[in-house]
Design a protein around this ligand. Structure first.
Ligand code: UDP
Length: 355
């Protein structure tokens, strides 16, 4: 069994870490890096510290609009698929790279498997939602992280070859928790465990218009306790272009920093009082580590975290973020086992090699 995994950005590297290991125990894996994230802080660092094998093919698509990137990726993927002839192409998550892998596999007649299938925010204006829907409908094998995801697919008529395997990011959280605990964490930034807020914001809805960027800066000013914001390069560029970077830097309590690696980020997350984010992955990781999450979006694809009281949706609204932070706590008692048993990667590898 020859699996071609296609990755290209930060959350996909995190997902590939456990999955690549599991796949290589039982199959041949060819790893393709699209180059969607090319900044060393978002790419190389992750390969090094998470022990991800070096890519067999680096497409190096780099900067461009999502459509330009998609076009460049599918052109190169068509050549690579023709040369390498994998049995299955594995697409991860909901990014431009995911969409390109899905289109390339289905147009070349190679089976397509999708990891993190069935997620829906029900907001079709989000690029991630568009990518998920198209990829799921082209997929031959669908690996869902949760029961909610399985039900979402069933509502769209997709019931064949659907496997609820758990969440590969939960696998990664367990796999790297001990390594993260050895990192300097909040102390190195002068922050006291359980008394600071960790911030991450990078999605299009928060960075593509001046009004949204203005609202983001207002959110930073509304955070009234110490905080750290490892800023995604996209967010930094957009704030700078909008002339808001210096104002963001002057937020009274939140310190802005560059993006950090997965282990440092996890160390900061584990000890935070709360996290303020628009990230898909970080909402889940907050849940894994029992940290209350404030999500500065109107919708989420990880609806179970909201329904169970671990995550609050505020939109990009300073007043609502401040209120949510005042009330931020996680429910008492054991956390529900929404995301499986930490062996999603093993289950995916076994399903794929079963044929
Ligand atoms: N992350 C990281 N460093 C940071 C911010 C996030 O390593 O400075 C990790 C985080 O732990 C999670 C992943 O990046 O595993 C989430 O990626 P991102 O928020 O970029 O994308 P999304 O999940 O929204 O697609």
């Amino acid at each position: 069994m020859h699996v071609m995994s296609v990755v290209g950005n930060r959350p996909q590297f995190v997902k590939a870490a456990p999955l690549s290991r599991a796949l290589r125990d039982v199959a041949r894996e060819t790893l393709v890096h699209s180059g969607q994230h090319y900044d060393p802080d978002l790419a190389d660092l992750f390969f090094d510290e998470l022990g991800i094998p070096q890519p067999d093919h680096a497409l190096g698509v780099g900067r461009g609009t999502p459509l330009q990137q998609t076009a460049a990726m599918i052109t190169r993927l068509e050549e690579i698929i023709a040369a390498d002839r994998p049995d299955v192409v594995l697409a991860y998550g909901d990014t431009t790279t995911t969409l390109a892998a899905a289109l390339a596999a289905s147009k070349t007649g190679v089976a397509l498997a999708h990891v993190e299938s069935g997620l829906r925010s029900f907001d079709r204006s989000m690029p991630e939602e568009q990518n998920r829907v198209v990829t799921d409908h082209l997929s031959d094998v669908l690996f869902c992280p949760t029961d909610v995801a399985v039900a979402n697919l069933a509502r769209e008529g997709i019931t064949r070859n659907v496997h609820q395997v758990g969440d590969v990011m939960f696998d990664a959280a367990l796999m790297f928790a001990d390594a993260a605990r050895t990192r300097p964490g909040p102390g190195a930034l002068g922050l006291t465990p359980r008394e600071y807020v960790l911030v991450t914001v990078h999605r299009a809805a928060a960075t593509d218009t001046r009004a949204a960027l203005r609202a983001l800066v207002d959110v930073l000013y509304a955070i009234d306790r110490p905080g750290v914001f490892p800023v995604h390069p996209r967010t930094r560029t957009k704030l700078t272009e909008a002339g808001l970077w210096d104002e963001a830097l002057a937020a009274p309590h939140v310190r802005l920093a560059g993006p950090v690696g997965y282990l440092d980020f996890t160390a900061l997350l584990m000890s935070a009082a709360a996290v303020v984010t628009d990230s898909g992955g970080v909402q889940k990781e907050a849940f894994f580590h029992g940290v209350p999450c404030v999500t500065v979006r109107d919708t989420t694809e990880w609806t179970e975290t909201v329904d169970a009281g671990y995550n609050t949706l505020t939109g990009l609204d300073a007043g609502r973020v401040a209120a949510a932070l005042r009330d931020a706590r996680v429910p008492d008692g054991p956390r529900p086992e929404f995301y499986g048993d930490g062996d999603a990667a093993g289950k995916i590898a076994r399903v794929l090699t079963r044929g």
